[in-house]
Design a protein around this ligand. Structure first.
Ligand code: COA
Length: 177
């Protein structure tokens, strides 16, 4: 397994991870019609657009298996909301189901945290659907619940929680990496 920065040409592979991970994680949480209508090509174009315009203040990491296949990704950058007390944000992290629970998510979060810490950020927030057990992943990495809000996905009202790391250094075990 290898973690590296994403390239624009990774967009299609990222789209597959994104949609498959949504479908395996969010069934029963997000409306079926949203999950069923996700489209690999359309979604891939959005990722291509995003990767083409990433800018210098955001990072996008992918995890590859030993054959070079992309099996997960994580994105970080400045917090999109002001006045939360956390200047960095983990925007997204998704792995294919068969690669979950093997330590890859932790490595991706550590890479985002290290990158943020080298780009003027010292804390990090992440939003997670209240019903998503991924919140326990963030807790096990030392984050604490700090807020909540209501969002809508496909006309369904959903509760989201935010988890925060006030000090990113706890996510950076080996600063020489
Ligand atoms: C959430 C996710 C990124 C975590 O990555 P992962 O590779 O499965 O997690 P790891 O194997 O690195 O786990 C790291 C630690 O978190 C714990 N953990 C991970 N998922 C957990 C869960 N659902 N419940 C409780 N603990 C969990 C692990 O036990 C491990 O603890 P340890 O270090 O004490 O052994 C991954 O499971 C995933 O992609 N899930 C589906 C998509 C998703 O929900 N993304 C988050 C959107 S906000």
């Amino acid at each position: 397994m290898r973690i590296r920065l994403a390239k624009v040409d990774d967009a299609s592979a990222i789209s597959i991870v994104h949609i498959n991970s949504w479908r395996s994680s969010y069934r029963g949480i997000v409306p079926d019609q949203v999950l069923d209508s996700l489209d690999y090509v359309r979604n891939g174009s959005r990722w291509r657009e995003m990767l083409s315009n990433l800018g210098e203040m955001k990072c996008f990491f992918v995890a590859e298996d030993d054959d070079g296949r992309i099996i997960g990704f994580a994105i970080g950058g400045p917090n999109r909301e002001e006045k939360t007390g956390f200047n960095g944000e983990l925007y997204a992290i998704y792995l294919l189901k068969e690669y979950q629970g093997k330590g890859v998510g932790k490595k991706l979060v550590e890479n985002v945290a290290y990158w943020l810490s080298r780009h003027k950020y010292n804390s990090m927030l992440v939003w997670v659907l209240e019903k998503n057990p991924a919140k326990y992943f963030y807790e096990s990495l030392g984050a604490r619940p700090v807020g909540r809000k209501k969002i809508e996905i496909g006309n369904a009202p959903l509760d989201e929680l935010s988890y925060g790391w006030p000090d990113l250094s706890i996510l950076i075990p080996n600063k020489s990496k």
